[in-house]
Design a protein around this ligand. Sequence first.
Ligand SMILES: [Zn+2]
Length: 443
Amino acid sequence: MTRSLAFALLPLSALLGAACSGPPLQPGVEAAPMQEDPGPTIPQGGLCAPALLDAELSTPEIPEPPPPTPCEVEVAPSQHTPVRPLGIGYTQGENPIPARTVYLTLDDGPSEWTHEFLDILADKGVKATFFVTAKQLKGAEGLDGTYVDVQGRTITYRDVLKRIVDDGHALGNHTVNHPDLARITRAQISSEIEQNELLVNRALVRAGAQPRLLPLFRPPYGSPWYTGVAGMVPPRASERVSSHGLNIMWNITSTDAADWAIGESYSRTATPVPTPDPPEYDEKIARLKNYVLSSTQFAAGEGMIVLMHDTHSTTRDALPDIIDGLSAAGYAFETIDHYVDWRWRRPAIDLTPGPSLYQACVDERNWGCASFGVPVGTDRAREVCGRMWVGFQAFGGESALGEPIAEPVQNPETGIVSQAFDRATLELHPENEAPCNVVAIQQ
Ligand SMILES: [Zn+2]
């Protein structure tokens, strides 16, 4: 109480040193479709997070975290033991997948084929999860780049991205350039994940869609967890990755990325990718179907997270039969967002705690949330979770902002997530670069 009173005498601005670069934009300017750089979207009177947040996230040398402290929290027998790294579907994963439920995941897009994948999914009435890269296979312009489709129309990748969202599919983060995370530094890992969220959101805004946080993460190659790649457990990368997104692996691979069939390419305009001893095109399509529909998981009616890529035309051509085969066996198609609700009864954004809270000892029921005066999970208006927690800490936490007075809400028109505290409202702007991705508006 004394501490709160002492800080209450200071205006919020005295506690927040950082200023944004550039003036706030007028409403609507940020949505200009072809604007080269829309700049940060900052509401009137808003202050960006102190530079501390940015420094923490981009410091080249980040000290090794202390060894994990054993949890003293009593975990009820019915609760699962906390799984670290946070993740589902990986080979030795401990997270269950609901029976006869399939999560189709499509990585590495958007590509020149993605519209056709979306057509198939729409035709079948099926939702999937797309783990997108901002630049990989798209060239230097990334999501602002273009290609010419079969009808001769020039298509911008960001418009494909918008359609993924408009069609109701889930969107996940797959890094900017698709590096092997076991082979780059912690700072590079942070940059790859956070820059991808930023570039994807800038593209969405430029395409006229709402920004959105990307708390679902698929590591390229499944590395460093996938034992077939690096086999390093526990890798130095694991905590850093898990602090930026919920780690989503798979338990079935279609094997589409294992090779390129004769005549197959990631693009309709690029020359086919040479592969030693390539399979025939139809042979590969049959193989992809077989890997899913002849799997032991399928035979047993088990839940499946299927790894596929919307950068392979063979996958596009195998997809209708794969969907039909799964449907005929009574499988329901869901997105990973749906899985997270089923598994943890919280949105994924609440489960991506950020670097600070991830180090804390919390039991699985409390992942990513700090509670003010009530048990976690009983009143979201008294909790600060996930990314909001990171922003809350960056602005000085309870001593500067007070306690939460409302649950986080997403503005349906702007996509911005906000939460009100005693002395300020915090907004998460995924389309803005740090430190302006967290903005405080004084009450
Ligand atoms: Zn990938």
